[in-house]
Design a protein around this ligand. Structure first.
Ligand SMILES: C[S@@+](CC[C@H](N)C(=O)[O-])C[C@H]1O[C@@H](n2cnc3c(N)ncnc32)[C@H](O)[C@@H]1O
Length: 425
């Protein structure tokens, strides 16, 4: 459709897009907030809905805040919405998702949040693509167009310093070797672990980076060999410089992170989330499933008799072993396995199971088992509302939801984190 049309957004959907109506169909428009009117070009007709592109706004919402660099919206798509409205939006989409997918009216607890909405990310992955020379930036979700990143408002200060340095290198040297695909930066306090993701071990421009990256805040540099095109991290990591691990603290606990070990990206909020999980648990023998470095298992270990922590990533298990030793925790047993393979053996031993799966949620085998071997209590921590509610929809025949707590882990983005407690009926 060539001629732009004037539309008003009636709502803000779960992907942070304005929801308008045109010719009896819904139009999703990125960048529009509820109540705003603007000139929109319909770019795609998808049978049941349209996709529109905002040309300009005629009226703006009181909830809108000024964004200095519009390119930041590619990785922080809610940056133009004030923070209180982001919290309200997350509460609302949590309630709606339960209603739409599971046909459940649940009462939602107040969202767990703090007042640090910028520079909170302790981990950032930037992508590298070859244009005339190599460029470093972010991809717009769902596209392979790279937007160069100079300053990242969500990244921690030390990560930001290293991004600036990397930009200088990209500008100074006309890099050509597209073996380099990703750059991941992890930080804690003033230390940064830098991980170059390459398609193969031979990488001709490695020494250029090593000779220019002499910042005191960089405590380690790794090269990680990618196993495929769609994951940011492969199984093999080669230490090029510095310490093997990045030392981090979570409350009184210490962890030594290896490049692939999962760690929550917003440390103060993660601490509040773990405190909440701990306060919900009533059982004494707990399975920590999808355990990472068994951070939840270790955090709750002083309140329970025994924890079985199940995790499939070998580096995460190695990091967990070191942490258990350092933290002098004796009642957490690590099980290196896929959850779907180990769950059958451990489920009959436990009275609580904590799930914290990746975005895809629980596998069918695990869900079937939960319906035949009823466990008294399930705490489900999830970074994906849809898979969480889809799984609860299946479990609701035998479990009742007793609390739902949204967590503001990812300010200015459409990512959500939620804790749900279920108990056997
Ligand atoms: C969202 S993280 C949660 C980690 C941990 N609970 C925390 O708070 O740090 C999910 C973890 O599940 C692991 N994982 C993914 N698929 C798995 C599977 N099928 N079986 C066991 N672990 C898995 C990942 O390696 C990752 O460490």
């Amino acid at each position: 459709m060539k001629e732009p049309v004037m539309l008003t957004a009636l709502d803000l959907d779960y992907q942070g897009q304005g929801v308008c109506r045109y010719q009896e169909k819904v139009v999703f428009v990125k960048g529009m907030l509820k109540g705003e009117t603007g000139l929109v070009r319909i770019t795609k007709d998808k049978k049941t809905y349209f996709i529109g592109e905002l040309i300009n706004l005629k009226t703006t919402s009181m909830l809108r805040v000024n964004v200095d660099n519009p390119d930041d919206l590619h990785y922080a798509p809610l940056l133009h919405l004030n923070v209180q409205s982001q919290l309200d939006w997350q509460q609302k989409i949590t309630e709606e998702t339960f209603r739409k997918i599971a046909k459940m009216d649940v009462s939602i607890d107040p969202i767990l949040c703090d007042n640090r909405d910028r520079h909170y990310r302790n981990k950032v992955t930037l992508h590298v693509a070859k244009l005339d020379t190599l460029k470093m930036g972010v991809f717009e979700p769902g596209s392979n167009r790279l937007y160069p990143v100079k300053h990242m408002v969500l990244a921690s200060d030390p990560i930001q310093k290293v991004i600036l340095k990397l930009n200088e290198i990209f500008k100074m040297v006309q890099l050509q070797d597209d073996t380099l695909k990703h750059i991941t930066l992890r930080s804690f306090q003033q230390k940064v672990m830098l991980i170059f993701g390459t398609t193969k071990p031979e990488w001709s421009e490695k020494d250029i980076f090593l000779s220019h990256l002499s910042l005191p805040i960089i405590s380690s540099i790794y090269q990680n060999i990618l196993d495929n095109d769609y994951e940011n991290m492969g199984k093999t990591s080669i230490l090029l410089f510095g310490d093997e691990t990045l030392e981090v603290n979570l409350g009184n606990l210490k962890f030594s992170l290896k490049p692939q070990a999962f760690f929550q990206i917003n440390t103060p909020i993660a601490l509040r989330m773990y405190e909440k999980v701990k306060s919900l648990i009533k059982g004494k023998v707990v399975i920590d499933a999808y355990a990472g470095m068994a951070s939840i298992g270790q955090f709750i270990s002083d309140r329970v008799d025994r924890v079985y922590a199940i995790e499939s990533n070998h580096e995460a298990i190695l990091s967990a072993e070191i942490a258990l030793e350092e933290n002098r925790i004796r009642n957490v047993q690590l099980i290196e396995s896929d959850v779907s393979l180990a769950i059958e053996r451990y489920l009959p031993l436990a009275d609580t199971i904590v799930f914290d799966p990746p975005r895809s949620g629980l596998d069918d085998h695990t869900k079937q088992l939960l319906l035949t071997h009823l466990v008294p209590e399930i705490i489900y921590v999830s970074c994906d509302l849809k898979s969480l509610v889809r799984d609860i929809n299946m479990l609701k025949a035998h479990y009742r939801v007793t609390s739902v707590t949204p967590v503001k882990m990812f300010y200015h983005t459409i990512e959500t984190e939620t804790i749900v407690r279920l108990e056997k009926m």
